[in-house]
Write a protein that binds this ligand. Sequence first.
Ligand code: AMP
Length: 216
Amino acid sequence: MNIILLGPPGAGKGTQAKMLMEAKGLVQLSTGDMLRAAVKAGTPVGLQAKAVMEAGGLVSDDIVIGIVSDRLDEADVREQGAIFDGFPRTQPQAEALDKLLVEKGLTLDAVINMAVEDEPLVGRISGRFTCGDCGEGYHKEFKKPAVEGVCDKCGSSNFKFRADDNEETVRERLKAYHADTAPLIDYYTATGKLKTVDGMKGIDEVQAAMVAALEG
Ligand code: AMP
């Protein structure tokens, strides 16, 4: 099974993708994570993407499509299926994904649209952080570690905040979402594969709605 999670930055795509990985045995394919890894490693892709990401803009379609194409050739994605998180973000990316899936003999089963209002997103994003060792996501209000300063999953105290999770950049990312990504709701509605869940609900309720949408 291959599915797309669609929604603005801060909708909870990463959190829900990680839960779906466990529930459905799928592999999370997050272009944001892949690009951040490239920036950290100082690869040619990372060097090109860094400034755009820091400003809250979109990295070029060619770069992003290239890294997704490579990832779709790896065994785990082919065998277990992918949850696309943060991709596609533009119509050319959506069209490229359609072509890639055909070329690679894969199918798209569903697109889940997480419907959320803009204003709460700024607060959601500003409060989030992750474990630098295992990648578990947290939020200072909505999902605190059980013991302050200690990761529930791996016991690490090495927490990280993203450089682009500040109010000014978040507003730019929301603009990019409305201009380039929101039109994909119509694109996927036309395929009959779009299912919308209320992303304003609590984390577990959203997950339950997603699992129900995938099974329904
Ligand atoms: P995310 O982790 O999905 O919020 O992505 C963080 C940043 O990476 C975005 O603000 C963009 O600068 C870049 N990025 C991630 N995915 C894409 C994509 N599919 N197309 C263009 N830029 C992307």
